[in-house]
Design a protein around this ligand. Structure first.
Ligand code: GDP
Ligand code: ZN
Length: 215
């Protein structure tokens, strides 16, 4: 997971804490294309023969990051405007970029809305695995429980019991909305593929851990 535009704040620790809550078992890199912080560290993670994908809302700094990694102006990036944390919405295309130095492939995406598309083309998109929530959800009374007000909801119960953070459920529901958005938009196949990848990861996760919400 990447925290971009670190130069815009004096202290990144509150943001790091917030991100840690929303992701399990996922490395976090603090980056800035302005100060150059973290760019080398990210380069080192990109290995020959590997594909990486940048997923994030428009304006978070994906193109700028690609430029920093390439060390050249490949994408059109709006010039950095002082004091503007939001930035312009500049990414309009998805591109597959070859990083000559590391030999890695980098996919630049227009935004989180493309999650389904990214997941199907890259195999696995980002470490957006909410396997802990999925595992808990198996104990919900209703199969189609959306973990809001339903009786017998195991996910809500774990939040009450302090096992799961409410923020994490919120992130999970956000991802579900993204997938549903893709479905509504008619990209049923893409959404299905995203689900398939996701399910596969869930199975892998279960094989790796002995975590059982029932015990
Ligand atoms: P994308 O839509 O995710 O590809 O985002 P861009 O790379 O186009 O960046 C959006 C805006 O944020 C632009 O105005 C960039 O100049 C600015 N930006 C990107 N990275 C940084 C950074 O590390 N620090 C600062 N201060 N601004 C940045
Ligand atoms: Zn539930």
């Amino acid at each position: 997971m990447l925290l971009t535009k670190a130069d815009l704040v004096d202290d990144t620790s509150p943001y790091i804490e917030q991100l840690a809550e929303q992701s399990v078992g996922c490395a976090l890199l603090v980056l800035s294309v302005v100060s150059g912080e973290g760019i080398d560290a990210l380069s080192k993670l990109l290995l020959p023969g590997q594909s990486a994908v940048l997923v994030g809302s428009s304006g978070v700094g994906k193109s700028s990051l690609v430029n920093a990694l390439l060390g050249a102006e490949v994408q059109s990036v709006a010039s950095i405007r002082a004091g503007d944390a939001k930035g312009k919405h500049t990414t309009t295309r998805r591109e597959l970029l070859h990083l000559p130095e590391s030999g890695a492939l980098l996919i630049d995406t227009p935004g989180m809305r493309e999650f389904g598309l990214v997941a199907s083309e890259a195999g696995v998109a980002v470490d957006q695995s909410f396997t802990d929530v999925e595992t808990l959800a198996e104990d919900c009374l209703y199969r189609d429980c959306i973990h809001k007000q339903e009786p017998g909801c195991a996910v809500q119960r774990s939040i009450e019991e302090g096992q799961l953070s409410a923020a994490r459920l919120k992130s999970y529901q956000k991802l579900l909305r993204e997938i549903e958005y893709n479905e509504r938009r008619g990209s049923v196949d893409k959404a299905r593929e995203a689900r398939r990848v996701w399910k596969k990861r869930m199975v892998q996760y279960k094989q790796r851990t002995r975590f059982s919400p029932k015990s």
